[in-house]
Design a protein around this ligand. Structure first.
Ligand code: FAD
Length: 500
């Protein structure tokens, strides 16, 4: 339990967003920062684990948005730090759709179903748009169709759950390009973060040794006023700061892990509750040998089952790590939660049954399974934010807006790139800049107030002054100077309180 002196800024959360904010502040002369991280590591949703002899990414796996007119900053960081990546193209997945008897659907049927699903999604979007704007729906063409057959359900899952459900045009692809690269590096995606941290936190041999980063510090309470914020952690430590950057996930904000005193205003809590949280789970399975097809266009394959999202989307890791004999299956939302609540043995059994449907009864059992639990993790409560397709811009602005001295950051505060690593990275920079601006303004106000304070007795000597006068008053005596009387009007009284 410790209670160090007051910091300029406390950053809560050492994910990509918290770290990019901290780095920006440090580079701009705010060095008395403190980073409080609940878990025993940095990285947050960027997290690798050793599995089956290689390093697998439990959280973010891809750098999405590469090869476009602008350079994705995360792609730049990856290049600077020599991160190993491999090109991913899951557009071929639709041609590798297996039914429950192990037959692959003919490519024509798959392409037709895909087109039907895309058209239907577009119609659905138009209807939602019309409803949102209160427009007349009487001219709407045929209503969107509901997927029913296993192949339709599988394609619906890929469109809406695997590829992110976002409104076109998707900023990530428009701005940064349509290519995606899978991180396949033993040092993990998190290597980027260690490289970033090294620039401003004292590190040695790949370990961060700087006392301004405190791990295993679970923030439970923020007491805030217009003068600053007092942060209390689960172990009873208390820290004071002029500002706080809260970069925990939207899922954590929706939970009761952190309490606020005074409570957050209603406009804030309501906006936070408006945002959906996606649970996205990559389950890794290790095999003694490979029994699935490899080669061009075969990296991704799909299982069509009458239950939507039931072990639908598969990937082999031969492109990333040849000879690793690892498969990954992606589950989302309700299926993710269901699997999180059962034992890994049960999940292994289910996955093996599915694989035997596709590849026959003689395939070997998996020797190992890894099931991440993003939903049950109280420091995450989900995988990433998902703004409703038709979003009220005000909700988004409210999620991001500071409350007094508490500034919000994280992927969910990135207007154009929410849900992505680059969203978190850019949001951190934005929040860092917003605090620098506020510090600047406060300094100006402080200077103004100090001048006023010093000059008050002298002004009293000069006789009565009317507030709002703009003419210059000349004071004689030891503190001879010129005072624009407007100074009386500046100062921040009431502004922060009004926000609260
Ligand atoms: C399974 C999965 C797959 C994904 N795939 C991709 C992908 O392929 N490409 C992509 O670009 N993005 C992907 N993402 C999203 C991406 O990982 C996130 O957008 C990004 O990492 C979020 O960073 P952040 O800093 O906003 O939040 P986080 O990384 O969540 O950082 C917040 C930090 O706050 C800490 N914290 C929480 N509560 C407290 C507390 N009370 N006190 C102190 N600390 C606290 C957490 O431990 C965490 O370290 C994926 C995410 C998941 C989970």
């Amino acid at each position: 339990m410790d209670s160090p002196s007051r910091s300029s800024v406390i950053i809560i959360g050492a994910g990509v967003s918290g770290l990019s904010a901290a780095k920006l502040l440090a580079e701009n002369g705010i060095e008395d920062i403190l980073i409080l991280e609940a878990s025993d590591r940095i990285g947050g949703r960027i997290r690798k684990e050793d599995f089956g002899g290689v390093s697998v990414e439990l959280g973010a796996g891809w750098i999405a948005g590469v090869g476009g007119k602008e350079s994705n900053p995360v792609w730049e960081l990856a290049n600077e730090s020599g991160l190993r990546t491999c090109f991913s193209d899951y557009s071929n997945a639709r041609y590798n759709i297996y039914d429950r008897s192990g037959k692959i659907f003919p490519s024509g049927l798959a392409a037709d179903s895909y087109k039907k699903a895309v058209d239907s999604a577009i119609r659905q979007l138009r209807i939602q748009e019309a409803e949102f704007c209160g427009s007349d729906l009487s001219n709407a063409t045929e209503p969107p169709s509901t997927p029913k057959t296993p192949i339709e359900l599988a394609i619906d899952f890929i469109l809406h759950d695997f590829e992110m459900a976002e409104v076109e045009p998707i900023s990530t692809y428009v701005d940064f390009g349509e290519r995606e690269f899978l991180v396949a590096d033993e040092r993990g995606y998190e290597h980027l973060l260690y490289k970033m941290a090294e620039d401003f936190l004292f590190s040695s041999g790949g370990n961060i040794l700087d006392s301004r980063l405190k791990l295993n510090k679970v923030v439970r309470e923020l007491r805030h006023s217009r003068n600053g914020v007092t942060v209390t952690t689960e172990d009873g430590s208390v820290y004071d700061a002029n500002y706080v950057i809260l970069s925990v996930s939207i899922g954590v904000l929706q939970s009761d892990l952190i309490s606020f005193s005074p409570p957050l205003p209603r406009w804030k809590t309501e906006a936070i509750q408006q945002c959906d949280v996606i649970v996205y789970t990559k389950i890794f399975l290790k095999f003694p040998d490979k029994f699935w097809p490899c080669g061009p266009g075969k990296e991704f394959f799909i299982y069509a089952h009458e239950r939507r999202g039931y072990y639908t989307f598969w990937q082999h890791m031969e492109n990333a790590y040849p000879g690793s004999n690892i498969l990954v299956v992606t589950l989302t939302n309700e299926e993710s939660k269901r699997v999180e609540s059962q034992s890994d043995e049960e999940t292994l059994q289910e996955a093996m049954e599915v694989l035997r449907d596709m590849f026959g009864p003689n395939i070997p059992d998996a020797t190992n399974i890894l099931v991440p639990r993003w939903w049950s993790n109280r420091f995450q409560r989900g995988s990433y934010s998902n703004y409703p397709l038709i979003t009220n811009d005000q909700d988004f602005r409210d999620i991001k807006a500071p409350v007094g001295r508490i500034f919000f950051s994280g992927e969910h505060t990135s207007e154009r790139f929410s849900g992505y690593v680059h969203g978190g990275y850019l949001a951190g920079i934005d929040t860092g800049k917003a605090i620098l601006e506020d510090i600047g303004k406060n300094k100006e106000r402080q200077n103004d107030q100090n001048q006023t304070f010093l000059l008050e007795p002298l002004l009293a000597l000069t006789g009565s002054l009317t507030l709002g006068q703009t003419e210059t008053t000349v004071v004689s005596g030891p503190h001879k100077c010129e005072i624009p009387t407007q100074l009386y009007l500046s100062g921040n009284i009431g502004i922060q309180e009004a926000i609260l």
